[in-house]
Design a protein around this ligand. Structure first.
Ligand code: MG
Length: 508
């Protein structure tokens, strides 16, 4: 048995709760593994059986959660007034889950899990053959299930609020609309100014430069070892949609994908998913096996992945550190010097694929998804019209023509997994990453300077640990920002950062 004695969690009632919770944790651990395997190594035909197993585990987990003794313990403990922040947070998270389980019938949860796990496999087929009609009936069912979910959960203004809240505690449609309104015009204008600058380049020959997949995979492993040290608690595999998952103490997993050319995609997702994993890895040891281990706010989580992807991975100083390994792995890259690789990784170009978008137009990709989801859930549009709506929005916001559903409406995995309400956290999380950058630099110095040595990289990791990771999910997104930055969330840091970086790059 693992020692349960924790210095952070001392209250006997909370410890008793955690003893019971550990069984639920174990089920979560194994469904996490089942989901990871489904995305990485499972043969295609295994999806039905996996869907069945995952849905049964989900309902078993719900049953255990709703055991009378456990529910009473949680409710009783929520009245205690001598709990520390960690203990309070455990109760807060459990009450959130409890509300979810009490409001959603177990037959509904089973149906949801089964449908989405089958749909994920169908989505992959549909995407590979660029055939939306394969996926359409599944998505239609998923949208209906999400609408039903919103009704079960309840909401004040829009049913979409209920879905947002599951990914980000308390986030509302109105807030998201206000946020996008504050950045949209400025980003469109900045993109246009860049495109009009004299030296503007919208493409780079590295986009067509082929790489060897096996040696690129070895390079990605080396890259992780370089920034993280020995990979004894972190592994990297391949999936069609990169993701990261943390199964528990000592077991964080990330994935990347390989197209065989245009290495920014695989490099960017490796850095991105590493940022997610580092959050889980650097959570306080005493929080393992509790509901507050690792990050639960998706905005905060995404602020970590975007931090590593953009401020580290896309910086000239970091590229300097890894350039030698990169050209050693892919000798054909030798014809590009460091400044060419930097330019390639920082191209600004309205494009089709969200995960490969530049730092500026990225937010417009998210805005499109947000508007579509909101309209679907509010019943203003139909699933069958999605390819047309999608293509129209890409033309109007990004000025690009979508040649196929594979590169259009089928590109993201989220809807197949029932994750409607998730996308806005990507953009908000990116805006938050710029806020962390500002405050980190104020305290320990500019990132470009820090990136000149391993010692500097460690200082960055320590700052993130101390101000963000160590707390796990102890604080909500708003509480954490206030506590660690001394001010409320503000997207102005994102706008300032982009203006400064790209203004310098293109002499605006
Ligand atoms: Mg992410």
């Amino acid at each position: 048995m693992t020692e349960m004695h924790s210095n952070l969690i001392k209250h006997p009632s909370i410890r008793k709760i955690l003893e019971h919770y550990r069984v639920i944790w174990s089920l979560n651990h194994l469904s996490g593994l089942g989901n990871w395997d489904l995305e990485t190594y499972m043969p295609e035909e295994g999806s039905e059986a996996r869907g069945e197993a995952l849905s049964k585990i989900a309902s078993l987990s719900q049953k255990l959660f709703l055991e009378k003794e456990f529910v009473e313990l949680i409710k009783e403990s929520s009245k205690l007034n001598d709990l520390n922040d960690y203990e309070k947070a455990i109760i807060r998270m459990l009450l959130r889950d409890l509300e979810f389980y009490e409001k959603l019938p177990s037959a509904f949860i089973e149906d949801f899990v089964k449908t989405t796990s089958e749909a994920t496999t169908v989505w992959r087929k549909a995407k590979n053959s660029s055939n939306f009609s394969l996926f359409e009936p599944y998505l239609k069912k998923i949208v209906e299930l999400c609408k039903k979910k919103a009704e079960y959960l309840g909401y004040k203004e829009s049913p979409y609020d209920a879905l947002l809240d599951r990914y980000e505690e308390g986030l509302t449609t109105k807030e998201v609309e206000k946020y996008f309104a504050s950045i949209k015009t400025i980003l469109v204008e900045l993109t246009n100014r860049i495109k009009k600058s004299e030296s503007y380049r919208g493409s780079h020959s590295l986009e067509e430069e082929k790489y060897d997949i096996e040696t690129m995979h070895k390079f990605n492993q080396k890259l992780l070892k370089f920034i993280h040290g020995e990979l004894t608690h972190l592994r990297i595999d391949v999936s069609s949609h990169p993701f990261s998952t943390s199964l528990g103490k000592g077991d964080a997993r990330i994935t990347t994908r390989y197209k065989g050319k245009d290495f920014a995609g695989t490099y960017g997702s490796t850095m991105h998913e590493y940022g997610h994993s580092l959050y889980e890895i650097q959570s306080h040891n005493d929080l393992h096996y509790t509901p507050i281990a690792g990050g639960s706010s998706l905005i905060v989580h995404e602020s970590q992945s975007r931090f590593w992807e953009n401020f580290i991975g896309r910086s000239e100083e970091f590229l300097k550190l890894i350039y030698g390994d990169l050209v050693e792995a892919q000798p054909s890259f030798k014809k590009y010097d460091l400044s060419e690789i930097y330019k390639y990784l920082n191209l600004v170009k309205p494009s089709l694929i969200r995960t490969e978008a530049d730092e500026i137009t990225y937010h417009l990709h998210i805005l499109i998804r947000f508007e579509i989801e909101k309209d679907l859930i509010e019943g203003k549009i139909d699933v069958k019209d999605l390819p047309k709506i999608w293509n129209e929005k890409y033309k109007s916001y990004l000025g690009v023509d979508v040649p196929s559903d594979r590169e259009g409406v089928l590109q993201d995995i989220h809807w197949s997994g029932g994750s409607i309400g998730y996308f806005p956290t990507y953009s908000l999380g990116t805006a938050l990453s710029a806020m962390w950058k500002h405050h980190l630099e104020k305290e320990i110095g500019d990132i470009p300077q820090l990136l000149k040595s391993m010692d500097g990289i460690n200082k960055i990791k320590d700052w993130l640990k101390k101000n963000i990771h160590e707390y796990g999910s102890t604080y909500t997104f708003r509480e954490l920002v206030l506590k660690s930055c001394g001010e409320e969330f503000n997207p102005k840091y994102l706008l300032e950062y982009l203006e400064d970086k790209y203004g310098k790059m293109w002499n605006l």
